[in-house]
Structures are given as C-alpha cells and as structure tokens.
Write a protein that binds this ligand. Structure first.
Ligand SMILES: [Zn+2]
Ligand SMILES: [Zn+2]
Length: 148
C-alpha cells in the first residue's frame, strides 16, 4: 500500500464490471505485446498487450487472491465477478506483474515497446511498427526494464 495517503496514482484502471479497481503510483516498467497462445486464450484477443509493473507498486481493490495456474511458472488472476483478465506473473520475470493494457485508463499513452513470441502470432495480423520482435518470451528485455 502507498506510504503517502495523499499520493495520486499515475495509472488507474478497472475490470469490465468495475468490481476490481487497479492503480499504481509509478508508471509501467514497460509495455509488451505477447503473441503466445496462452495469452490469446486468456484474453480472448488475437494478441495480448500488457503493462508491466513492479509487483509492489500495483494496488488492486479487492486484493488479488490465489489466482489460477495452468503452467508451473505462470499465475493469472481474473475478476471474481466478471471474469476479466486482471494480472499475470511469470517466474522468469521476478518482481513484475503484467496487466492487460485494455484495463488501464491511460492505455492511449502507453504504447508497447516489444513484441514477445512474435513467431507465434496470427499470420493474418499485421502490426506495422519497428519494435523489437522477440522469438521467445523476450525475458531479457523485459527483465532489464526493471533496472536489475
Ligand atoms: Zn469485474
Ligand atoms: Zn503470452
């Protein structure tokens, strides 16, 4: 929780139904597309896009519970009421938590920096940008966003 109760979040968001609110006092570490099949199924979208936060900086109300895990290195949380994807953590990205960009009120000012699992993307999806396209998880680039 924020130590300064007067601090104003720089990022806010909510799930589809509004039962889950999200905020952070610090901006995302980075923003990434993920073209993997797991993120497609979880979000229902042809490609996921996620803002990475320091896990300690992301505030959710209500707090995240146990979440679910269908892969030993991944945990995902959905809204208890509407089922919206809320957040995911990955063992290979320690200290970070990934929030679907579409939940955030500031999404229009948070452009992605990288395509992860770019080789798994839908062949009919063409995103014209010059961003790095990682064939795998992009973990090196994503971990370096933490400054560690
Ligand atoms: Zn909800
Ligand atoms: Zn993914």
């Amino acid at each position: 929780m924020p130590s300064d109760p007067g601090a104003v979040p720089v990022v806010t968001g909510r799930c589809y139904c509004g039962a889950t609110q999200l905020s952070s006092l610090t901006p995302p570490l980075t923003v990434a597309y993920c073209h993997c099949a797991d993120c497609r199924r979880w979000t229902g979208a042809p490609v996921g896009a996620f803002a990475a936060f320091n896990r300690a900086d992301l505030i959710t109300e209500p707090a995240l519970g146990e979440g679910t895990s269908h892969h030993p290195a991944v945990r995902r949380w959905n809204c208890d009421h509407c089922g919206s994807p809320l957040a995911a953590t990955f063992d290979y990205l320690p200290g970070q938590i990934y929030v679907p960009i579409g939940l955030l009120d500031q999404a229009d000012t948070l452009p992605p920096q990288i395509h992860c699992h770019a080789n798994k993307g839908m062949p009919w999806l063409h995103i014209a940008d010059d961003l790095e396209r990682a064939a795998g998880s992009g973990r090196d680039a994503l971990n370096s966003a933490s400054g560690t």
